[in-house]
Design a protein around this ligand. Structure first.
Ligand code: NAD
Ligand code: GLY
Length: 364
């Protein structure tokens, strides 16, 4: 029987992350975070038919709470101001008061959108994150970053709004498409790369079990990833400093995603896939700048490849255009390109003013 892992996130607004099988059926635990009589269960058109009834039944077995539902179309294209407005209207329609609670059931798209709705309704109501993708379990459900996209860029409108609790029910990963599981593994590898060299060895040894969706291996990997993210966000909840390390590989990744028009579902890379490529490019840039051995970058690439992730820049992308995107990236500080660079397994650093010529060399 896979144990339930529990990780506490400290700081001004502490909360607990629960990781393990069957958590969506634990109505007593879920309802403990509902202060009032109303829950808005936000989800998407893939996840709701699979899991919403379980949550509703679990809550009903323990409380007379009324559950209202609102589902978006699956995918990044739904992380919009319009979808946010629809959630505002859903809350208004049932007369949500300050003690209402938003449950975000789905991947990072639902989590970011529903979390932002909770941040804004009446200047902030409770949110419980119920992540159902590996990426959401190890990253987006933890740390309180919520947002929607604009045509001009991703996550431009948002707020820091930590959840009251996170319940990562690992049984939901059984229905996750293979591609999404692999994409989530990129973010898991990231924690090993930047914070935990021994975790990289563990991931190497457990790659087959993880890809075969072994419950124990997945829960252990998620819990260890969450423990790392929890430690960083407790120290730096608003990304004034070290939280930026979590963006290892992301400057390259965001440029790739933007150049491909966020076409994860249409032939382009999705976020996790782009992060895999971006981490290897960042590792090579670190080598070029004399920070890390070339062998480390090769080892990182082969670990990502073991998880079925491509680590080469997709063909057809223009290095100059990618560089221009990076100049616009929010991590580009005044005066030069800022990168999260790598010292080798388990250690990364923020480097301001990286020469553009070195970045171009890596892209070519
Ligand atoms: P996603 O939410 O689009 O989910 C991927 C796909 O899997 C969707 O089609 C979804 O319907 C489907 N799905 C989800 N769970 C499923 C399940 N259990 N079974 C079957 N299908 C399932 O994508 P994602 O990768 O989870 O999240 C990406 C988003 O997360 C991006 O918008 C990104 O900006 C955001 N993000 C936010 C943070 C943060 O700190 N807030 C961190 C990383 C990423
Ligand atoms: N995903 C990066 C962060 O939460 O800061």
């Amino acid at each position: 029987m896979t144990p339930i892992h529990r990780i506490d996130v400290g700081g001004d607004m502490p909360y607990r992350i629960h990781v393990g099988p069957g958590l969506l059926d634990d109505g007593a635990a879920l309802v403990a975070h509902v202060r009032g009589r109303h829950v808005l269960l936000a989800s998407d058109g893939n996840v709701a038919p699979l899991y919403a009834a379980r949550v509703i039944e679990a809550l009903a077995a323990h409380s007379p709470v009324r559950v209202h539902t609102s589902n978006i179309a699956p995918g990044e294209a739904s992380k919009t101001i319009d979808a946010f407005a629809a959630l505002m209207h859903a809350l208004a329609d049932f007369g949500a008061t300050r003690d209402a609670c938003v449950f975000a059931l789905g991947g990072g798209v639902v989590g970011d959108l529903a979390g932002f709705a909770a941040a804004c309704w009446m200047r902030g109501i409770d949110c419980v994150q119920l992540p159902t993708t590996l990426l959401a379990m190890v990253d987006s459900s933890v740390g309180g970053k919520t947002a929607v996209d604009l045509p001009q860029g991703k996550n431009l409108v948002g707020a820091f709004h930590p959840p009251r609790a996170v319940f990562a029910d690992t049984t939901t990963l059984r229905t996750l498409p293979d591609r999404e599981l692999r994409a989530g593994m990129a973010e898991v590898v990231k924690y090993g790369a930047i914070m935990d060299a021994a975790f990289l060895d563990w991931l190497d040894a457990n790659a087959t079990a993880l890809l075969e969706r072994d419950d124990d291996a997945l829960a252990a990997a998620i819990a260890r990833s969450c423990a790392h993210k929890a430690a960083i966000v407790a120290r730096d909840p608003r990304e004034q400093g070290e939280r930026a390390l979590l963006n290892f590989g992301h400057t390259f990744a965001h440029a790739i995603e933007a150049e491909q028009g966020y076409a994860g579902g249409g032939g382009g890379l999705n976020h996790g896939e782009a992060v895999a490529v971006g981490m290897v490019l960042a590792a090579r840039l670190s080598t070029a700048l004399g920070l890390a051995d070339a062998g480390h970058a090769m080892r990182l690439a082969s670990l990502l490849q073991a998880f079925g992730l491509d680590t080469t820049l997709p063909s057809g992308l223009d290095p100059g255009a990618l560089l221009a995107r990076m100049r616009l990236d929010k991590k580009a500080a005044a005066g030069g390109l800022r990168f999260i660079l790598w010292d080798g397994p388990g250690s990364a650093r923020i480097v301001p003013e990286v020469p553009e010529s070195a970045v171009l060399d890596v892209l070519q």
